[in-house]
Design a protein around this ligand. Structure first.
Ligand code: GTP
Length: 598
């Protein structure tokens, strides 16, 4: 019947192996769009995404393909994001498919994320279809790479399509492989509605548009539906498919991928991973694995110009309409004034939000160093969660504290095991075990404090392993740790926005390093600036920024005027990101620099 001619699939790959380029070629080859219409990569539609070369949000597109068997197939391509911050979204996108194309670069072979993504697909019981890409390059070695896939991953690869997503070579083979190898969906159209939300976004005309995969049943305009995690009910106003733009249809049935709208105002009410059913005839059980996205990283965001507070608030509200994982609430800082404490899924998520505020809303902001959530157990028997170090109660009121711990798995060529273990040791890691996945490749399992990996862990890991290691982590609970608040004083005053919570045994080193780093970052001013680090009332480090001896312009005295103007302009530019803290001007980097450690 109908479902026999549907294929739902994703493309997974190591970064830069050509996932987006291949998606574009598939769209083009099936005539969904012509090359001219495509100019830009279709799936990565957000400007920021394109610039960073990453896929943040899942999307879908429907291809119609007439196969060599003479039949017409509907191929639903579901795009997945590729970063660990968005792992949950990747997992939901895969759960909407029966198959995954695994793209491997013919010049590089299997890389860390190839494995991580492939295992994720296997975990979701997907049929994995290998495709060897970049065959146009002189250094391509497709036959060797096929063998690698068979040896390392253990899936059949000798007949894998060898293609060039760039030139369009053999793209038809990929389409044929999808038709042949990816199983057709098999849901019950008569059963109660059961659909997976794998993405949602806010559209100013339609309200929230939810991307769904129908597992069982039927959804159409007028269906009274309900989200199973919240019990919230709505009436469906439109259902449709992506062709590749929104294209309303009468109904979506078991096996279909499409969207629906229901006058929903906020993506929070249509969360990724949730199950949609009918109000009147609900399905008994929700689809497995729904969990709301929990922010793990917090930081303060302040306008550089205090008068822009309301604009910043509006920007955050607008971003939140489309980002169920973003949290924010007002906070005040003595140093930075009025701003917001914001919660993010991880560091990439945080950077993306910061960039969007600056770019899309044209606001200059200062962000404070990221922090995790600390659980404080007080002597009076109450508990509190701390997301801003400034709010830590006096040590005399604290019985003990806990910090979040994550379970980390790192996949790496075995050559790098030594240096990775060293890194994890430096970051207070607790070794769990190591497994060989073949003779030259291992998985390392560690427990690490989240605090130790939120800042630069991934960068350091990458540089120590030449980019070969891949990292995954998930929250593993909380652990008691001796923690203290480290304060930084400029010119004798505590700068609250620079305070941080650190393990007691690290306080001294961290204090000294921070003072040294701030000395480099804070420009000389008309007077001497002492920089001190303190735990409680005890000063543990001190540096001094010497006073400016001469007016900078004095150097140009008598010199040509254009040089002088340039210098002034440069100073003005630098100022934009400066903040007057008491009597001292502090550049933006200072607030972030404090987490780059040791
Ligand atoms: P995203 O994760 O979505 O960003 O995609 P990706 O990182 O998997 O790869 P993308 O499609 O962005 O391609 C990465 C780079 O490889 C780009 O510069 C492409 O132009 C290039 N590329 C992709 N396919 C081919 C190919 O078949 N041949 C050659 N020579 N280059 C290719």
């Amino acid at each position: 019947e109908r479902q026999k001619y549907i294929r739902n699939f994703s493309i997974v790959a190591h970064i830069d192996h050509g996932k987006s380029t291949l998606a574009d070629r598939l769209i083009e080859e099936t005539g969904t769009l012509t090359r001219r219409e495509m100019e830009e990569q279709v799936l990565d539609s957000m400007e920021l995404e394109r610039e960073r070369g990453i896929t943040i949000k899942s999307k879908a597109v429907r291809l119609v393909y007439k196969s060599e068997d003479g039949k017409e197939y509907i191929l639903n391509l579901i795009d997945t994001p590729g970063h660990v911050d968005f792992n949950y979204e990747v997992s939901r996108s895969l759960a909407a498919c029966e198959g995954a194309i695994l793209v491997v670069d013919a010049t590089q072979g299997i890389q860390a994320q190839t494995l991580a993504n492939c295992y994720l697909a296997v975990d979701h019981n997907l049929e994995v279809v290998p495709v060897i890409n970049k065959a146009d390059l002189p250094s391509a070695r497709p036959e060797e790479v096929k063998e690698e896939i068979e040896d390392v991953i253990g899936i059949e690869a000798h007949d894998a399509p060898v293609v060039s997503a760039k030139t369009g070579l053999n793209i038809k083979d990929v389409l044929e492989a999808i038709v042949e190898k990816v199983p057709a969906p098999s849901g019950d159209e008569e059963a109660p509605l059961k659909a997976l939300v794998f993405d949602s976004y806010y559209d100013s005309y339609k309200g929230v548009v939810s991307f769904i995969r129908i597992k069982n049943g039927t959804i159409k305009q007028g269906t009274k539906m309900k989200f199973m995690s919240t019990g919230k009910e709505y009436e469906v106003t439109e259902v449709g498919i992506f062709a590749p733009n929104f294209y309303p249809v009468e109904e979506l049935k078991a096996g279909d991928v499409g969207y629906f709208t229901a006058s929903i105002k906020n993506v929070r009410d249509a969360r990724v991973g949730d199950t949609v059913t009918e109000s009147k005839r609900p399905t008994e059980e929700a689809l497995p694995g729904y969990r709301p996205a929990i922010p793990m990283v917090y930081s303060g965001i302040y306008p550089v110009d205090g008068a822009k507070y309301d604009e910043l608030k509006e920007a955050l509200e607008k971003l939140q309409i489309n980002d169920a994982a973003l949290l924010f609430e007002p906070e005040t800082s003595i140093a930075l004034g009025f701003g917001f404490r914001c919660g993010f899924l991880g560091l990439l998520h945080m950077e993306i939000i910061q960039e969007r505020i600056e770019r899309e809303f044209d606001l200059d902001i200062i962000t404070t160093a990221p922090s995790v959530i600390y659980k404080v157990h007080k002597t009076d028997g109450t508990n509190m969660d701390i997301t801003n170090p400034t709010n830590l109660p006096d040590p005399s009121e604290i019985r003990y504290m806990e910090e979040p711990i994550v379970k980390v798995s790192i996949i790496t060529p075995s050559d790098f095991v030594g240096s990775i273990m060293e890194l994890c040791q430096e970051r207070r890691g607790n070794f769990i075990n190591m497994e060989y996945i073949e003779t030259t490749r291992v998985v390392l399992h560690y427990q690490l404090p989240l605090n130790e990996i939120i800042y630069d862990f991934f960068d350091v890991l990458k540089s120590r392993t030449k980019g070969y290691a891949s990292l995954d982590y998930e929250l593993d609970g909380y652990k008691e740790t001796e923690l203290v608040k480290l304060d930084i004083l400029l010119n004798g005053d505590v700068v609250d926005a620079l305070s941080m919570i650190v393990p007691k045994e690290r306080a001294y080193n961290r204090g000294r390093n921070t003072a040294e780093k701030l000395k480099e970052i804070i420009p000389r001013q008309m007077f001497e600036i002492p920089i001190q680090a303190a735990v409680g009332s005890k000063i543990i480090a001190r540096e001094t920024v010497k006073a400016l001896r001469k007016d900078v312009l004095a150097k140009c005295y008598g010199g040509d005027i254009s040089r002088k103007r340039k210098l002034l302009e440069k100073q003005k530019k630098g100022k934009k990101r400066m903040r007057q803290v008491g009597s001292v001007e502090v550049p933006q980097e200072a607030f972030m620099s404090i987490l780059k450690v040791d």
